[in-house]
Design a protein around this ligand. Structure first.
Ligand SMILES: [Zn+2]
Length: 137
């Protein structure tokens, strides 16, 4: 049986646990942040850790639930899981588009934004905030 997914802020030294040394790939399955939701967003080993401009995500965080919003308060989000192709997601939804930025959400429960896709960026990339998801080891 798979273990229960763990939220980013509950991990000790999260970057050591969720990032594979040497490859910078995700060392755990990336899951929806909502406790009751079992949606798998990105499979282990499919995404790469990158640093990006987190200001594009400074959007309504309230939809993520008060607990997670509280964790994000005052923290700059700069680290993201990057996918180069939408087809590499196991499940993902698009919540809304603001200017040229499409916001990504959970495909099952619609919670979001958990990441974004800037349609003006080339090559195209899809970014999931490492703090807005849970990890299943
Ligand atoms: Zn969900």
């Amino acid at each position: 049986m798979a273990s229960q997914p763990i939220a980013f802020h509950l991990l000790e030294e999260p970057l050591k646990k969720i990032v594979e040394t040497g490859t910078n790939k995700n060392a755990a399955d990336i899951m929806c942040p909502i406790d009751k939701c079992k949606c798998l967003v990105i499979k282990k080993g499919a995404a790469t850790l990158v640093e990006r401009d987190g200001s594009k995500l400074e959007l309504p965080e309230s939809v993520l639930g008060s607990n997670l919003s509280e964790q994000l308060k005052g923290s700059t989000e700069m680290q993201f899981w990057r996918l180069g192709n939408m087809m590499d997601f196991e499940n993902v939804g698009f919540s809304k588009t603001v200017d040229a930025v499409k916001y990504l959400s959970c495909a099952d429960c619609d919670v979001g934004p958990i990441g974004y896709h800037d349609t003006k960026e080339s090559p195209s990339e899809f970014l999931i905030s490492i703090r807005r998801v849970r990890y299943r080891f």
